[in-house]
Design a protein around this ligand. Structure first.
Ligand SMILES: NC(=O)C1=CN([C@@H]2O[C@H](COP(=O)(O)OP(=O)(O)OC[C@H]3O[C@@H](n4cnc5c(N)ncnc54)[C@H](OP(=O)(O)O)[C@@H]3O)[C@@H](O)[C@H]2O)C=CC1
Ligand SMILES: Nc1nc(O)c(N)c(N[C@@H]2O[C@H](COP(=O)(O)O)[C@@H](O)[C@H]2O)n1
Length: 226
């Protein structure tokens, strides 16, 4: 199956949480890590998030550095990568920052079950891709993104989308910043939530690199998909 080279970038606490039980954006990493994230964005054809992250964080997913924007522009690309929301029921707010801020194409991936009125309204703001009956079929979606010319895809969570992609064998690498805080909580999202793998069927990783960054550690993993 053709699909983009896909990597997840995430920041988590020392106990593996990517946010608190309030599910609101928490600053886990510092300026150096955010700049590294900006460089990853600039090197990507597209950035993907789940609708849970849009509803919780309202990220713009734009490139913040003007010099990186200029480099992309002079190379003939849009200043911002394509921004993609995985959103089965078309719940993305029409006033979300991904629509208000930045330039370039936005994609909302919906399922057949999405209410037509909401899809029609979103189609004024974004290109709509329909994949799957009830939930967005991520395998189908990745094939469609690949056929649109997206070769390098950055995923910025959250926990449920990360699970959906990893459990379908759709992720090649993971960048995980581990910060110097505990968050705790049974219901706080972790790097990978969803159903979870079971004993005997865990997803193995190979450590590519580890480095101390600010008050934490940055790990880069290769995912050893079967
Ligand atoms: N620290 C960090 O680096 C980051 C932290 N976060 C945090 O993560 C939290 C959000 O995570 P979460 O709530 O899990 O939301 P996600 O962003 O992972 O979005 C999940 C939603 O995506 C939709 N979806 C559609 N199809 C699929 C599919 N096939 N597989 C998986 N998801 C699908 C579902 O909604 P539907 O059924 O309606 O389509 C699902 O509920 C927030 O608290 C945010 O702050 C987020 C990003 C980075
Ligand atoms: N790298 C990193 N460190 C943290 O501490 C974080 N909380 C996050 N969160 C991600 O940053 C996105 C914000 O994007 P914009 O600045 O709005 O473009 C947010 O959605 C998370 O993906 N990341």
């Amino acid at each position: 199956m053709n699909r983009p080279f896909t990597f997840i970038n995430s920041a988590m606490s020392a106990d593996g949480k990517i946010s608190t039980r309030e599910r609101k954006q928490v600053r886990i990493s510092g300026d150096i890590d955010f700049d590294r994230m900006d460089e990853l964005r600039a090197s990507s054809d597209a950035i993907m998030v789940g609708v849970g992250t849009v509803l919780a964080d309202d990220p713009s997913l734009t490139i913040k550095s003007q010099s990186r924007r200029d480099v992309r522009k002079s190379a003939g690309f849009d200043e911002d990568p394509i921004r993609i929301v995985v959103d089965s029921k078309a719940r993305t707010p029409l006033d979300a920052d991904i629509f208000k801020k930045g330039t370039g194409m936005r994609i909302v991936a919906v399922s057949i079950s999405a209410p037509k009125g909401k899809v029609d309204a979103l189609s004024e703001k974004a290109t709509i891709i329909t994949a799957g009956d009830e939930k967005v079929d991520l395998v189908l979606l990745m094939g469609q993104l690949s056929s649109m010319g997206i070769q390098r895809l950055m995923v910025e969570g959250g926990a449920t989308l990360n699970w959906g992609l990893l459990s379908n064998g759709l992720v090649d690498e993971v960048f995980s910043f581990i910060g110097n805080i505990f968050i705790g909580g049974n219901s706080s999202p972790t790097l990978v939530d969803g159903e979870g793998f079971i004993k005997g069927n865990l997803l193995p990783l190979e450590l590519i690199s580890s480095e101390t960054m600010e008050e934490g550690v940055l790990l880069k993993w290769k995912v050893l998909n079967k």
